[in-house]
Design a protein around this ligand. Structure first.
Ligand SMILES: Cc1cc2nc3c(=O)[nH]c(=O)nc-3n(C[C@H](O)[C@H](O)[C@H](O)COP(=O)(O)O)c2cc1C
Length: 172
């Protein structure tokens, strides 16, 4: 029988990018650090991510129906750590710079790119739910190195990769 720790140990050698998923529900905004975002389909444009069923965002996202994604840059480690903690909704946004959005989920300033998505499906997946979102808006941001998670427990060893314009560089 493979344990969750066994799986984590094997997967720790396999880095992936980090984003912040955000929602706005009845005027209240919240956000969570997510490392499981994947691009699923181009036609229609779909992305998906796994969200822990115990996460505060879980029920809220179910109700909100749409979400924002901010793809973090290598120098945004503090933001990844901030949105991975349980912080009351008001304090969550103190000192956080956002893009000027007229309405909808907040998007974090200076990210590598942003998506706005409409929840298309929710698949129960063990102790997580896999949310599939149809991308209704997408924008490129800064040309910088991405923020990568590289093994270990989620709250450590967050590093940065190479910028888009220098794919031959090694990750730092
Ligand atoms: C780098 C990183 C990646 C993470 N990826 C996910 C993820 O893909 N899905 C998820 O449910 N939680 C993920 N988490 C954990 C959440 O950000 C958060 O810590 C957890 O849900 C507890 O927050 P809550 O008590 O406000 O729900 C990640 C945390 C970090 C630091």
């Amino acid at each position: 029988m493979v344990s969750g720790e066994d799986l984590r140990e094997v997967m720790r050698s396999f880095p992936f990018g980090i984003c912040v998923v955000t929602i706005e529900l009845e005027g209240t905004r919240t956000g969570l650090t997510v490392g499981s975002l994947v691009s699923l389909s181009l036609e229609p444009p779909l992305v998906g991510f796994a969200l822990g069923q115990q996460a505060q965002l879980h029920e809220l996202l179910h109700g909100a129906g749409d979400f924002g994604v901010s793809l973090l840059a290598g120098d945004q480690t503090a933001l990844a750590q901030h949105f991975a903690r349980s912080v009351p909704p008001i304090a969550l946004w103190t000192g956080i710079e956002l893009r000027d959005e007229v309405e909808g989920p907040p998007l974090i300033a200076d990210a590598l790119g942003w998506l706005r998505c409409s929840v298309q499906a929710e698949h129960p997946t063990g102790d997580h739910t896999f949310f599939v979102g149809e991308v209704v808006a997408a924008a490129e941001g800064r040309d910088a190195a991405p923020l990568l998670r590289q093994g270990g427990t989620r709250n450590r060893r967050i590093g940065h990769g190479a910028p888009r314009t220098a794919p031959e560089s090694s990750n730092g």
